[in-house]
Design a protein around this ligand. Structure first.
Ligand code: FRU
Length: 492
């Protein structure tokens, strides 16, 4: 093992003790210590889910990237394993960037990641060379391939950038050969997702353009994932520097999805639509896994690059993953549902109420706390109401609100009063479909985050909050007359 990896493993073992369990999310993965960004190598291997992540153990801010590692049997309760990769070779000394994992026919797990090589100055100015590299392991320890890098700039088509060539996502084709999609920047036209193929998983060749930006959505695209689902194909990618378009793409850097047809002979994807994958504030760089029972489950980094470096250095950890979300395609939209295993965390029988609220605010006995699963059905009671709001993580000093205005069809998350001391955007609005003021929502709270699933999950709003734990209130408010059905549970 290299000195750099050994040092990271010792460091995390020593310093994770400084973080009490209640100072972290309960069922969202957070870094063992220090900084976390993108999910990497999300896979099912030897009976467990593996999640690696972009990791800098020594600080709660981004630094030379390592891969952290955790395993789980239900995607909700995670156990940390020692850091898997450190920046310790000629082709990745500047950072071990994002990538993916597959199981080889001989039973080994293979990781493909982006190696960053260059001087500190080159790295900081975005002029470091990015190549794709391999490591092989047993689910705990990984050895980097002596033949790294396996894909470098010489494989790129004309106009591609060797400095922004990253985030390989591998899968196995039906005939047993391998495919990999990686992001590359084509200065002037934005990102492209390039396809590579291999017969032995070691020697890779360029196989064409899977999708291209042509200056439609932001600039560079990062972190692709590509898979068949419900009779169509889905491309997920995360765009940098997006321009807002109506209610889409307000996140600076944010994730979008495209649905479309894939022609297996030509290996060409023809997208027919694109939408934001999340309409909240914090969601980026997701990866998916296929579960043994056939579910396509997505986890993203629940943060936003524009707000993730504003905290003090004294924080022992920063960054968390989203809930695992089961994906499906319905009515031309990618729908997301909280992983069904989440229901096993529901404590007790829950609170089940049907009520009417008229120009007032109520809370329900038994429904408080920072870990909750709340389903709501909101309906007009007579005339169309003006606004319905849910408040959570609330006391006299703090609250975060979710409000729905049926006349505007907008659902807004507002974390202005969640404890932030920075002048940053704290709100986001989504245009939602509803049936004359009737709307279904499911809200999942886990200490430092809220994820709101709208209707059948065709829209989701995710946001992190930095609210002191004693703010535990949950309340419902109507401006106008609202009929409300609540099924809520606190979560273990
Ligand atoms: C996306 C990203 C990736 C890169 C990684 C570096 O959030 O910029 O493209 O591999 O983060 O940490």
């Amino acid at each position: 093992m290299s000195e750099a990896l050994d040092r990271a493993r010792e460091y995390e073992l020593l310093h994770e003790r400084e973080i009490a369990p209640e100072e972290r999310p309960a069922f969202h993965l957070s870094p063992r210590v220090g900084w976390m960004n993108d999910p990497n190598g999300f896979s099912y291997y030897k009976g467990q889910y593996h999640m690696f992540y972009q990791y800098y153990p020594y600080d709660s801010h981004w630094g030379p990237m390592h891969w952290g590692h955790a395993v789980s049997t239900d995607l909700l309760r995670w156990e940390y394993l020692p850091a898997a990769l450190a920046p310790d070779t000629d082709c990745d000394g500047g950072g071990v960037f994002s990538g993916s994992a597959v199981t080889l026919p001989d039973g080994r797990q293979m990781l493909m990641y982006t190696g960053v090589a260059g001087t500190k100055r080159e790295i900081e100015s975005g002029r470091a060379i990015q190549t794709q590299c391999l490591a092989f392991g047993d689910g705990r320890d990984y050895e980097k391939y002596a033949g790294n890098p396996v894909i470098d700039a010489s494989c790129l088509p004309e106009g591609g950038s060797p400095y922004d060539f990253r985030d390989p996502k591998m899968w196995r084709a039906p005939d047993g050969s391998w495919r990999m999609a990686a992001a590359d920047d084509f200065p002037g036209e934005g990102g492209r997702i390039l396809l590579f193929r291999s017969d032995d998983a070691l020697r890779w060749t360029y196989a064409g353009v899977l999708a291209e930006n042509s200056n439609r959505i932001g600039r560079m695209w990062e972190c692709p994932d590509f898979f068949p689902l419900d009779g169509t194909h889905v491309l997920l990618a995360s765009a940098q520097d997006m321009l807002p378009r109506g209610f889409e793409y307000h996140n600076g850097n944010g994730t979008f999805y495209m649905l479309g047809d894939f022609d297996p002979a030509a290996e060409r994807f023809t997208p027919s639509c694109d939408y934001a994958a999340d309409y909240g504030i914090d969601f980026y760089a997701p990866q998916t896994v296929l579960t043994p029972d056939g579910r396509r489950v997505m986890i993203g980094w629940m943060q936003n690059w524009d707000t993730c470096n504003l905290h003090t250095r004294t924080r022992p950890w920063f960054g968390q993953m989203s809930l695992p979300r089961e994906l499906s395609v319905k009515n031309g939209r990618l729908c997301q549902a909280p992983l069904r295993e989440l229901e096993q965390l529901r404590a007790g029988a829950g609170v089940h109420e049907r009520l009417a609220i008229e120009n007032g605010e109520i809370s329900l006995p038994g429904l408080t706390g920072r870990k909750a699963d709340i389903s709501l059905e909101i309906e007009p009671d007579g005339e169309l109401y003006h606004k319905f709001s849910l408040f959570f993580a609330k006391n006299s000093d703090y609250h975060t609100g979710l409000s729905f205005r049926p006349r505007e069809s907008t659902l807004k998350i507002d974390r202005k009063f969640s404890g932030s001391r920075r002048a940053i955007i704290h709100q986001r609005r989504a245009l939602v479909r509803h049936d004359a003021g009737a709307l279904r929502l499911r809200v999942i709270l886990d200490r430092f985050s809220a994820e709101i699933f709208v209707g059948n999950g065709e829209q989701v709003l995710s946001a992190t909050i930095d609210t002191p734990p004693e703010a535990e209130g949950i309340s419902f408010r109507a401006d106008g007359r609202v009929k409300l059905k609540v099924d809520g549970w606190t979560l273990a």
